[in-house]
Design a protein around this ligand. Structure first.
Ligand SMILES: *[C@@H]1O[C@H](CO)[C@@H](O)[C@H](O)[C@H]1NC(C)=O
Ligand SMILES: *[C@@H]1O[C@H](CO)[C@@H](O)[C@H](O)[C@H]1NC(C)=O
Ligand SMILES: *[C@@H]1O[C@H](CO)[C@@H](O)[C@H](O)[C@H]1NC(C)=O
Length: 414
């Protein structure tokens, strides 16, 4: 009985110290964790890491069914499960000085939250926390992770606005926030950042894709299953040299398909299914010379499927079911899945089409005027000099399959 009271009192003290120190997060973290004065840490960095990790374990982890943090005991943080140390890169510290470079608790099923004290892990390059039960807000103190290269918070229970801290991480290249409950708008600055991969799918984000969308040099962009709307941006044309995979499934896009998508000469996966895209499928789509998976199903597209699209040399799966297409060239048979790739259109002599009445009603309406959507045009600028390399290049980006299988942290900073 008495023990319980003491425990409750301790929790209250911890909570109070956190609230009081809002803004001075590091101080709060220090207040919550006692460091044995007899311990000698190899460096102040590793002492800070100890405080950060113990703060997390002692105050913000409520369930750890796989016992991943059970060995988070004592000053040897580099030996903790899921914690990876590496020599500091460049002129970061004394020669050979070691720092905590990665935390990987993927698939840990851990319940808790992300304390502001994580901002003490200032040398972190990788933070992989996918498939846990972390809830609450992403702490703004993550801004202090100036070397963070990969942030994977996917498949947790995080809430709140799009975490502004990620817009202020100069080394960030890989951002995975999918399968959480982030809500509201995505700041347009996100698309001006030098990210290589952006996964935001399956949140509660709500915004129109901004017209600077095409500024993003990302090779993979997955925004499926949010509540966007507005135009499929013509600025996609600005991603011609870099974009490899784009999935904009079920985002409420409401415009025509801009011919500029045909500038995506490196794209292998292009999926805009389950939107409200209208008008024709422009023949320029045949400019996607490397496309393998092309999905425009569940839209309001009309007219004939351009033959040149079906003739694309690498195309393996072209799905356009649930539209209002009226013509399908014979060469499409090679690439359109026979069972259901073209069903529910207005195609003569094909099985499982819409009823003649549905098709007649659709084509009785005046044709779509693409200009009426008032989407911003894309006017290419003259070629620019390549951007300077980032100050800290971090580990080389891994090859990202979809879905992303989190790579193990690298043995060393590069
Ligand atoms: C975790 O530790 C607890 C208590 O020591 C033990 O009962 C449980 O079986 C452990 N779970 C796993 C997955 O090792
Ligand atoms: C294309 O993207 C670059 C940044 O990558 C940007 O500076 C430029 O303004 C964009 N061009 C257009 C026409 O949007
Ligand atoms: C073609 O792609 C769609 C998704 O875009 C998928 O559902 C379907 O199973 C694929 N079909 C084949 C035969 O690969």
């Amino acid at each position: 009985m008495r023990k319980e009271v003491v425990l409750v009192a301790m929790v209250v003290v911890v909570v109070v110290s956190w609230v009081v120190a809002a803004g001075g997060e590091a101080a709060a973290a220090a207040a919550a964790v006692v460091v044995d004065p007899a311990w000698r840490f190899p460096s102040a960095r590793l002492r800070d890491a100890y405080v950060a990790l113990q703060t997390w374990k002692q105050t913000a982890i409520f369930s750890d069914p796989k016992n991943l943090t059970a060995d988070w005991v004592g000053p040897a943080v580099c030996a903790y499960t899921g914690v990876f140390c590496a020599p500091l890169p460049g002129a970061g510290g004394a020669p050979g000085e070691v720092a905590v470079a990665g935390v990987d608790l993927n698939h840990g099923d851990i319940a808790g939250y992300l304390p502001a004290g994580l901002g003490l892990l200032t040398d972190l390059a990788l933070l992989h926390l996918n498939s846990n039960r972390f809830c609450g807000l992403v702490p703004d103190a993550l801004r202090r992770l100036r070397r963070l290269h990969e942030l994977d918070l996917s498949n947790n229970r995080l809430v709140g606005a799009f975490p502004a801290a990620v817009l202020d991480l100069p080394a960030l290249r890989f951002l995975d926030l999918r399968y959480n409950d982030f809500e509201g708008a995505v700041p347009r600055q996100l698309f001006d950042l030098p990210l290589d991969a952006i996964f935001l799918n399956h949140n509660r984000l709500r915004f129109a894709l901004p017209d600077n969308f095409g500024n993003s040099p990302a090779s993979v962009i997955v925004l499926a299953g949010n509540h966007f709307g507005g135009c499929l941006p013509a600025s996609l044309g600005n991603m011609s040299a870099t974009l490899n995979e784009i999935l904009l499934i079920n985002n409420g896009l409401d415009s025509c398909v801009p011919p500029e998508v045909g500038l995506l000469r490196e794209v292998t996966v292009f999926d805009v299914s389950f939107n409200s895209l209208a008008g024709p499928l422009p023949p320029e789509v045949a400019g996607m010379r490397k496309v393998e998976q092309l999905d425009v199903a569940h839209n309001r597209l009309a007219g004939a499927v351009p033959e040149a699209v079906c003739d694309l040399p690498r195309l393996k799966n072209f799905t356009f079911s649930y539209n209002y297409f009226t013509g399908e060239p014979p060469s499409c048979a090679r690439v359109v899945p026979a069972a259901d790739g073209d069903r529910r259109n207005c195609l003569p002599n094909r099985p499982y089409q819409r009823t003649p009445r549905q098709c007649a009603a659709f084509y009785a309406a005046p044709p779509v005027d693409c200009a009426a959507f008032q989407c911003k045009p894309f006017v290419p600028s003259p070629p620019l000099l390549p951007p300077p390399p980032p100050a800290y290049p971090g580990p080389l980006p891994p090859v990202y399959p979809v879905p992303y299988a989190s790579p193990p942290p690298p043995p060393l900073y590069r």
